[in-house]
Design a protein around this ligand. Structure first.
Ligand code: SER
Length: 315
């Protein structure tokens, strides 16, 4: 058996769509999906799948050897809100999976690594608008600390051992195929489901909690693009800022109301509002644009239209 790409956390919100996109691009057999649980029908039926715990180095190494894996996309992680509830588990999962993958690359068992960072690396002292690539980063959440530490380790493994690791700081991601889980930006997906289910949504963030967001297709495009460019194009070995749109819950609700005029939003902020309050409102991604030609396609209007359309078709 021979394949070249392994996705860890393939059944999650990003992993599902990334796996399908990579299979489309490189062929079904070339892309091995793996997760600690089975995923949706399309993912399970279109190519190889392995039940795999990304924190288990030996099991991971076995899969890498068996399929002759050259590239790993590490999408397994505990997100921000869940990590506040299970700090130790979050730290173990988020860091040990990264070390496993970086060490496989250091030992030259694989050639290339993709590992996502997040807007959660920033904190309340970071400039909020058009947050620069390099700036104050004092994350206050367990998740943010794990992502910031991960960024430094990626940079270290690149400098010290020549590991070809590439990374972007994803904003909140909006998708219709697989639900997110345990994140602070999850509201921006839930709201579409509830709009269609009951024409109303009670938001766990405040009406004006403006955050950087992105439609999944753009996030997948960025991921595939950064992995495909020549090594010399990558000047940032921690993680690249990535941006497409920013909006608040009130602005998202207004956008939904252009399709569903009777849609009602109410607000009952919980602990996730405190997390959101420490994150940027918008991101300056000019370094990614310059280095590897990043440019997003979807704005809020298009995202809303596609989300409502696709979720309706799915029902
Ligand atoms: N969307 C993630 C979260 O909310 C941030 O990376 O946790």
């Amino acid at each position: 058996m021979s394949a070249s790409i392994l996705i860890l956390g393939a059944c999650g919100q990003i992993g599902t769509e990334l796996t399908l996109a990579l299979r489309e691009l490189y062929g079904n057999e070339a892309v091995v999906a793996s997760d600690i649980r089975e995923g949706g029908e399309e993912l399970m039926n279109t190519g190889p799948f392995e039940l795999l715990d990304a924190t288990d180095y030996t099991a991971l190494e076995d899969v890498v050897m068996h399929y002759e894996v050259q590239e790993i996309y590490l999408m397994a992680a505990m997100l921000s809100a869940a990590s506040e509830k299970f700090p130790e588990r979050a730290w173990n999962l988020n860091m040990n999976s990264l070390f496993n993958v970086l060490n496989l690359a250091k030992e030259q068992k694989i050639d290339k690594v993709f590992w996502p960072s997040s807007i959660a690396v920033f904190g309340k002292h970071t400039p909020k608008e058009r947050t620069p690539q390099r700036t104050i980063m004092e994350p206050s959440t367990v998740y943010g600390i794990s992502k910031q530490a991960g960024e430094r380790w990626c940079n270290y493994y690149h400098r010290k051992f020549g590991v070809d690791v590439r990374s972007v700081r994803y904003p909140g991601l909006i998708s219709w195929k697989t639900l997110p889980g345990g994140g602070t930006t999850d509201y921006a997906v839930e709201i579409f489901h509830e709009a269609l289910n009951q024409n109303s949504y009670c938001c766990f963030l405040k009406d004006d909690a403006k955050l950087p967001m992105m439609f999944m297709e753009d996030a997948i495009k960025a991921t595939i693009q950064i992995m495909a460019v020549a090594e010399e194009s990558i000047s940032v070995r921690s993680s690249y800022n990535l941006s497409s749109m920013s909006f608040s819950p009130a602005e998202l609700a207004a956008s939904i109301q252009t399709h569903l005029p009777d849609f009602k939003i109410s607000y009952d902020p919980d602990f996730r509002q405190e997390i959101a309050a420490t994150w940027p409102s918008s991101i300056d991604d000019s370094v990614a644009r310059k280095d590897w030609g990043w440019s997003p396609k979807f704005d809020l209007e298009q995202t809303t239209a596609i989300m409502l359309q696709k979720l309706k078709e799915k029902r």
